[in-house]
Design a protein around this ligand. Sequence first.
Ligand code: NAI
Length: 327
Amino acid sequence: MQVTVYNCRAFDEKDLFMEYAKELGIDLVLCADAPNQENIFLCKGSQCVDVITSKIDADLIQAFHDNGVEYITTRTIGYDHIDLTAARACGIKVGNAPYGPNGVADYTVMLILMSIRKMEAILRRTALQDYTLAGLNGRELKDLTVGVIGTGRIGATVIRSLSGFGCRILAYDLYEKEEVKQYAAYVPLSDIWKEADVITLHTPLTEDNFHLINQETIGQMKNGVVIINTARGALIDSDALIAAIEDGRIGAAGLDVVENEFGLYYYDHKADILKNKELALFRSFPNVTVSHHMAFYTRNYVETVVKDSLMSCKYYMEGKENPWEIK
Ligand code: NAI
């Protein structure tokens, strides 16, 4: 029973992988890099590979297949980085590792609070010993309407947490959830655009919601609206967001994810010239907090995804009913 683990981080995952693999009777091949055509040979002899959010496209899937891989598990909730159609076409099964929603939900609430209290600008001033107040006047959550788009595990947890702040909460999802209704009112998306002071995204990225926030939808929003994205970068048209920040229609943003982040995040690019112009602009704005797709990153997360991804491989290899497989 062998699993090849790609993107295995020495500083927090490696020891856990070795500990759990020993418990589960699994042999491991560990690779620090994302899978690519150069290191694909490392999966030879493994029925399963364990990946994170690097792009797993049709060519890579074909290469996995050619090397005998039957199951791909991703140590993430989202799996839009994996070409599922290509995987299905060659009979490779795919599983994810949903961890608790609290880490991302807490982080979302933090970004909301940072944005309405202008924390990015405050920290930039403090770093320069500029202790002035002008321009740093914040708003209180109890006076605001928050629109939550996507009320699945994370969105519903954000709503429950926000309910303690006394703000009005509007929600939108393709499917309504009874438990959410005690804290929030489900409304059409157009009402969220019109009424929310803060809009936070918690849907997966699909063909239907690509660039959900765009020039046209921003045009329907309140002046000074705050946009929070801890879901997926391509839910927002970056150019439209930048234009609206520049002309002041968007008051602030908290972006844990951005478009075109593949190959960028989780690497040290200090000495590199980056081509991501939109990211450079977002980082330049004092009313935008950017982080590198790490809302999930808690101790609880690491333990859960390492253990569950290996369990899911074990279930697959033993032919057991696998709760992590994406059907
Ligand atoms: P979930 O599957 O529990 O909830 C997603 C919700 O979105 C569902 O209720 C679904 O009905 C709804 N939905 C789907 N398409 C929609 C649409 N077009 N319009 C409105 N609602 C729609 O997923 P969960 O666990 O809450 O995660 C949400 C997203 O957060 C993930 O898909 C992932 O993209 C992102 N994420 C980001 C992380 C980070 O570190 N920044 C970590 C984990 C997840």
